[in-house]
Design a protein around this ligand. Structure first.
Ligand code: PMP
Length: 359
């Protein structure tokens, strides 16, 4: 049975990448050992690491002014590292709350220093994104923190409101899913386990003017960006296997180009949203139309008692990962880059059939 993997992350990876890993695993490029067994200081790994950085730079259109690093600890680790490195005692960390992950980022910053909530979508359960034209960002803000795509609620900024010279964006759930102008963004970070690879690697890119700000002296070395980025030699063992897979996924993305990836992502999202919109209220989307995410489609069945049956019936035909996040319930279809268009079409077809038999 074909499995259609709608998991929110870790998530589906390109089939070609899985096949390649399998083929290369026992003997990586005639080294006689697998990449899992290679030293992180070997030529083989060094080549992979540098190539992945170059590929990411090209795909995201990041010039030489951005410093790139592959860190551990997930995006959640960045929630803490950002304020530890960049929120000085006389400054304010400004946050736009568009979901649970932004709330978590703010909570970590509050442990470190002064913070300010510029805008929040909490009042309507994060179904809409706050209007940037009314934002007042305090003077002395060290940075403005945004989330580009809200994985749990299914909203996504159509274009990033980089409203501060030092805008920092959590791009965990839509990085490299569409062409984006990042020139006015000072830093991005993303856990790889949705669009870029396996869990365990976090991609970080920091513009030089932010990177040059030194963390306060009390911050331990392991929590400082320069320890992991641009160090003369690796400080500690990086997530080597994850970086190897990341490099393969980046190669797969580059072969298609972001325009093509974005077009397929839009077609996948349209297949599901149009099914919701044409269901006469049987299915109800959570997010406002103008802020709908192409990555995570969140919806409910008007008769909530049918949701369990929906998930069970979907699993029976190989459609997995459709339960909504535990904090909001309902249903969610994650449509990351590697999910084939045919999987989204199969889900749309299943939804119509489920409505026909249960409506
Ligand atoms: N930010 C966003 C937007 C996310 O979707 C997630 C995870 N789903 C996180 C942060 C947390 O990532 P991690 O589990 O890698 O810490």
């Amino acid at each position: 049975m074909t499995v259609h993997n709608f998991n929110a992350g870790p998530a589906v990876l390109p089939a070609e990448v899985i096949t390649r890993i399998q083929a290369e695993l026992p003997n990586y490029q005639d080294t006689g050992i697998s990449i899992l067994e290679s030293s992180h200081r070997s030529k083989a790994f060094e080549t992979i690491n540098e190539r992945a950085m170059t590929r990411l730079r090209r795909i995201l259109g990041l010039g030489a002014e951005y410093h790139i690093g592959f860190l551990q600890g997930g995006a959640s680790h960045q929630f803490a590292m950002v304020p530890l490195n960049y929120l000085a005692p006389d400054q304010i960390g400004s946050y736009v709350l568009t979901g649970v992950w932004a709330e978590k980022a703010l909570a970590e910053a509050r442990c470190v220093g002064n913070t300010h909530v510029v805008a929040t979508g909490q009042a309507d359960n994060y179904a809409t994104l706050p209007d940037p034209s009314s934002w007042q960002i305090p003077a002395h803000s060290a940075y403005l923190h945004l989330t580009s795509n809200n994985t749990i609620y299914g909203t996504q900024w159509p274009t990033l409101p980089a409203a501060h010279p030092f805008t920092i964006v959590d791009m965990s759930s839509d990085i490299a899913s569409r062409p984006m102008n990042l020139h006015n963004v000072a830093m991005i970070y993303a856990g790889a386990q949705k669009n870029l690879g396996p869990a365990g690697v976090t991609v970080v890119a920091i513009r030089d003017d932010l990177y040059q700000r030194a963390a306060p002296a009390h911050v331990p070395a392991i929590l400082r960006y320069p320890t992991h980025i641009n160090a003369a030699s690796l400080y500690n063992t990086p997530p080597a296997f994850g970086i190897y897979v990341l490099d393969l996924v980046l190669e797969w993305i580059e072969a298609q180009g972001l325009e093509q990836i974005a077009a397929i992502n839009a077609a996948k999202a349209a297949a599901i949203y149009s099914t919701i919109d044409q269901s006469g209220g049987f299915y109800r989307g959570h997010s406002a139309h103008e802020h709908r995410s192409t990555m995570n489609v969140t919806f409910k069945i008007a008769d909530a008692s049918l949701e369990k049956a929906f998930i069970t019936a979907a699993e029976a035909v190989g459609m997995i990962g459709l339960a909504g996040h535990r904090s909001v319930g309902g249903l969610r279809a994650s449509l990351y880059n590697a999910l084939p268009l045919s999987s989204a079409e199969a889900l749309a077809q299943f939804m119509r059939e489920f409505q026909r038999t249960h409506g």
